[in-house]
Design a protein around this ligand. Sequence first.
Ligand code: NDP
Length: 448
Amino acid sequence: MAIQNAYVKSVLENLEKCYPNEPEYLQAVEEFLEPLQPVIESDARYEKLNVLGRMVEAERTVVFSVPWVNDQGEVVMNHGYRLQHSSALGPYKGGLRFHPSVNLSVIKFLGFEQTFKDCLTGLPMGGGKGGADFDPKGKSEAEVMRFCQAFMNELHRHIGEDTDVPAGDIGVGGREIGYMFGQYKKLQNRFTGALTGKSLACGGSLARTEATGFGLCYFAAAMMKDHNESFAGKRVIISGSGNVATYANQKCTELGGKVIAMSDSCGYIVDENGIDYKIIQQIKEVKRERISTYVNYVPGARYVKGCSGIWTVPCDIAMPCATQNEIGAESAKALIANGCFAVFEGSNMPCTPDAINAIKAAGLLYSPSKASNAGGVAVSGLEMSQNSERLSWSFEEVDAQLKNIMENIYHSCAAAAAKYGMSGDIQAGANIASFLKVADAMLWQGVS
Ligand code: NDP
C-alpha cells in the first residue's frame, strides 16, 4: 500500500527533506504511516492539530562525547546518544545500545519504534532510546567499566525514575547496567530505579533477563493458536545468540519447537537435534566466545561462516533476533521457497520493506517487532512498579503477567486491524492501536 493521503504524505516528505541521511529512521516512519491513512481520515483533529507531524519527531535528542582511557593509557573518544522520543504516556523508556554501527539514524529509528511498542504493553511508559558507537567486543572488564562510567558521567543529567528510565539492548546486558547504575548512584547520591535490567540484589526483576525471548514466544503462540497452529514439532530458526535469541530458544523448546539454527555476526550453526540454549548461554554469556565454538560442545553440529545464509536452512518458523534489516528480499524468498509458514520478529525492524511485502504476499503469518518483542520493556515496566512499591515479585508472578501482556498485545493488534478493514494484518493493527493511544494522550494534553 503506497501513501495516498495528502497530509500523511506531506509528513513523510518533510522528514525526507530534513533528514536525507537517516535511512533507518525514515524506513521506520514510512512503515508506521502507511496503514494509518484510514485512521487519519476518520478524525479531522489529527490533521488540524498536526498530530502526526509532532508524533514522528523526538521531543529531545542529546548527543554527547564520551572520552575514556583504555588499558594502554590512550584516550579514546566515542559518541553517546539519548533520544527522548515521546513522554505522552509516561516517562521516556527504552534501552541503550553499544555497537560500532550506532549513529543518530539508528537511535532515531529505535526511539521512534519504542514509543509505540511501550504503548502496546498497556503500561504507563513513554518511548526513548540511546547508546554509543562503542564496541564492547574484545575490551577488558576494566575497559568496559570505565566506558560505562564515562557514558553515565553525561547521561545521569537526563534520566531519573520519573523522567527517563534506560535499560539494555545490543551490547548492554546485566554487566553494563551494573556499572552504569553504580556510577549513577555515585553522581546523584540516590539509590533509585533510574535504570531497569538491574541485578536482583539492586532492585532488578525476576524474569527480566528472559522477558523479550519468552514474550516473543508467548506472542507467537497466541497468533498461531488463532490460526490452528503451534510450536509443537516445528523446525525453528532463531538468528542471533544474545539475550533475546537465547531465551526465545528456551521458551520455544519448552513449547515443543526444535531450534535448528542460530547465529552471531560472524556465522551460523545448524544442529538438527535441536540447539541447547544452555550451551549458547555458556558460550555467549559466560565465556564470551563466538558461536562457532558450539561444534566443540556438540560434535554432530555444523558451523557456516557468514550470518545471512541462516535463512536458507529449511524451517517452519523464522524468528530473527539479531539486528535491523537482517532479512532482505532474497532471504525472504528463500524462507518462502523452503515452506516456512511464519515470521515472528524478535529484533527491532529485522525485515526490510521488500522482505515484509514478500512475506505478507505469500500468506505467511507475520508479526512486527513493535508488537512481538515488547516483552522486554513490559517486564522493565513491571520492574519500575516493583521499585516504586519496594517489593519484589516471584518469577512465576512476573512470567504470568508477561504472558498475559503479550496475549493482550496480539489480540488488541488483531482487533484494531479488523476494525479498519485489514483483518489478519498484525503489522497494520500494531501501528493503528498504538497510534490511537498516543494520539489520544497528545490531544488531551494540548500542544505543549
Ligand atoms: P545482544 O547484544 O545480547 O545480542 C545480539 C546478537 O545479535 C548477537 O548474537 C550479535 O552477534 C548479533 N548481532 C548484532 N549485530 C549484528 C549485525 N550487525 N549482524 C549480525 N548479527 C548481529 O542483543 P539483544 O539480544 O539484547 O538484542 C537483539 C535485538 O533485539 C536487537 O534488535 C534489540 O534492539 C532487540 N531487542 C532487545 C531487547 C532486550 O530486552 N534485550 C528488547 C527488545 C528488542 P555478535 O555477538 O557477533 O555481535
